[in-house]
Design a protein around this ligand. Structure first.
Ligand code: T5A
Length: 211
């Protein structure tokens, strides 16, 4: 089995920037990997992403429907992309996964975590990431990094309170499982952030099974 690495955090923490770094680093090490994202990662799952992020004003997307769409897209992504790659021994580097459902739909939208866990077990079975890297940044700083963006999606338009709840859930989950979760202070200069990520990846290379 390959390793499954997930990058998480609120908007603007630098996931895309650091996904690029991870891809370059794994390539340099000649590790066979794929890079993917959620919601999305397959043509059908990308259509579900479009519904979740760009549902129009004519009808409010219900929070349960939002959660179920996240897991519907995840089921498709797992079947078509993630599981086959891991079984072929490839590393999978994914921009967000089920921790985002706990953080955004659980923390942000107040859906009970027991209901999310039910879907997680149903859709993923025993599969959990080997490493979840949470890029952590206070909400005001993340907002400052993304403020020049035009055409914000439905979720990006949420309030600072919403993103503070999302951040709180990420940090709480990391505290519960300090072996699999790594919180990286994204307030640091990019070089320092990437040095920490490199250390996490190096440790994974020598770990046969993360717990
Ligand atoms: N979602 C997703 C759910 O609600 N539930 C779920 O289950 C799942 C899977 C997906 C949305 O879907 C939601 C969460 C999201 O709202 P997305 O594609 O993940 O969206 O996109 P965003 O989170 O919106 O990602 P962003 O592109 O906004 O942010 P990034 O990728 O974190 O930030 P990035 O790399 O573009 O960096 C932002 C800026 O900061 C600079 C960069 O150069 C860039 O300008 N920067 C730094 N500056 C200074 N110091 C550093 N260390 C820096 N690192 C980056």
């Amino acid at each position: 089995m390959g390793k499954f690495i997930v990058l998480e955090g609120i908007e603007g923490v630098g996931k895309t920037t650091n996904m690029d770094f991870i891809a370059r680093y794994l390539k340099r090490l000649a590790i066979d990997y794929i890079r993917t994202r959620e919601p999305g990662g397959t043509p059908l799952a990308e259509k579900m992403r479009d519904i979740v992020l760009h549902a129009g004003d004519e009808e409010r997307l219900n929070s349960d429907a939002e959660l179920l769409l996240m897991f519907a897209a995840r089921a498709q992504h797992l079947a078509q992309v993630i599981n086959p790659a891991l079984q072929a021994g490839k590393w999978v580097v994914c921009d967000r996964f089920s921790d985002a459902s706990y953080a955004y739909q659980g923390g942000g939208r107040h859906i009970e975590s027991t209901r999310i866990a039910l879907l997680e077990n149903w859709v993923q079975g025993m599969l959990r990431p080997d490493a979840v890297i949470i890029l952590d940044l206070p909400v005001e700083l993340a907002f400052a990094r993304t403020k020049t963006r035009k055409n914000q999606d439905r979720i990006e338009q949420e309030s600072a309170d919403f993103f503070n709840r999302v951040r709180t859930v990420y940090l709480a989950r990391a505290k519960e499982n300090p072996i699999r979760y790594h919180v990286v202070n994204a307030e640091q200069p990019l070089q320092a952030v990437q040095n920490e990520i490199k250390t996490i990846l190096d440790a994974l290379r020598v770990t046969r099974h993360a717990t």
